[in-house]
Design a protein around this ligand. Structure first.
Ligand code: ADP
Ligand code: AMP
Length: 216
C-alpha cells in the first residue's frame, strides 16, 4: 500500500493516515509533523522551515524533496506508506514520481479529501495536539476526556501557532493556488480517488477503505 492523502489543511488527513497506517502496518509520513519535530529539536531544518510555516507559506521544494528522499528510503517505508501533506506542488509530485521510479515502486492511489471551507475553518481553529505523541483532538468534535490533557499519554495539548484564523486563511489560499493543481495532475494519471471528508471520522475511514479496495 503506497498512498498519498491530498487535501486542504484541516481536512482530516492526519487523523485518518495515522489510524490507517497503523492498521495496515505501513509508515505514516507527514511532512508537517517532521518539520515541527525538527523545529522542536532546534535543528537548522526546523529553524529554516519556521520562517515559512509561521506565515502559512510552503517551505521551498528543494528542502522538502531532500527531506522526503531520505524519509522514504528509511526501512519502515519499504513495505508501504501513507504520505500526508506531500506533495503540495507539481514539482514535488514530479520528484516523488522520480524517487519511486528509482526504487522500482509506484503509488497505488491518491485520496483527495473534499471538505467545505466553513468546516475547515471550524476544524483548524478548534484543533489541539499532544506535545508528546502528536495525537490530534478537536475542542468540539474530538475532545480529550480531561480538557488540555492527552488521553493516550497524559501530556499537555497545545494549539499550533499556524492554526489562528489569519494564518489559516492564508494556508487555504496557498492550497488553492499551489496544491489544487495536483488534482488534475493525478486525475490524468488515473490515480485520483475523491472522498467526502465531511462525515464522521468513522464514515470517512470507511470511504477511504472503499476507495483503496481494502474493505475486503
Ligand atoms: P489535516 O491533517 O488534514 O490538517 P487533521 O487530521 O489534523 O487535519 O484534522 C483537523 C481537525 O479536524 C482536528 O482537530 C481533528 O480532530 C478534526 N477532525 C478530523 N477529522 C474529522 C471529522 N471527520 N469530523 C470532525 N472533525 C474532524
Ligand atoms: P501541515 O502540518 O501539513 O498542515 O503543514 C504545516 C506547514 O508545514 C505548512 O503550512 C508548510 O509551511 C509546511 N509544509 C508541510 N508540508 C509541506 C510540503 N510538502 N511542502 C511545503 N511546505 C510544507
Amino acid at each position: 500500500m503506497r498512498l498519498v492523502f491530498l487535501g486542504p489543511p484541516g481536512a482530516g488527513k492526519g487523523t485518518q493516515a495515522r489510524e490507517l497506517a497503523h492498521a495496515g502496518g505501513v509508515a505514516h509520513v507527514a511532512t508537517g509533523d517532521i518539520l515541527r519535530e525538527a523545529l522542536a529539536a532546534g535543528t537548522s531544518l526546523g529553524l529554516e522551515a519556521k520562517r515559512y510555516m509561521d506565515r502559512g507559506a510552503l517551505v521551498p521544494d528543494d528542502v522538502i524533496i531532500d527531506l522526503m528522499r531520505e524519509r522514504l528510503a528509511a526501512p519502515d517505508a519499504a513495505q508501504g506508506f501513507i504520505v500526508d501533506g506531500f506533495p503540495r506542488t507539481i514539482a514535488q509530485a514530479e520528484a516523488l514520481a522520480g524517487l519511486l521510479k528509482d526504487a522500482g515502486q509506484a503509488l497505488d492511489r491518491v485520496i483527495y479529501f473534499e471538505v467545505s471551507e466553513r468546516e475547515l475553518l471550524r476544524r483548524l481553529t478548534g484543533r489541539r495536539i499532544c506535545r508528546r505523541c502528536q495525537t490530534v483532538y478537536h475542542l468540539v468534535s474530538a475532545p480529550p476526556r480531561t480538557p488540555g490533557v492527552c488521553d493516550r499519554c497524559g501530556a499537555e495539548l497545545y494549539q499550533r501557532d499556524d492554526d489562528g484564523e489569519a494564518t489559516v486563511r492564508n494556508r487555504l489560499e496557498v492550497f488553492a493556488r499551489q496544491t489544487a493543481p495536483l488534482l488534475a495532475y493525478y486525475h490524468q494519471r488515473g490515480l485520483l480517488a475523491t472522498v467526502s471528508g465531511e462525515g464522521s471520522v468513522e464514515a470517512v475511514r470507511a470511504a477511504i477503505r472503499a476507495a483503496v479496495g481494502a474493505e475486503r
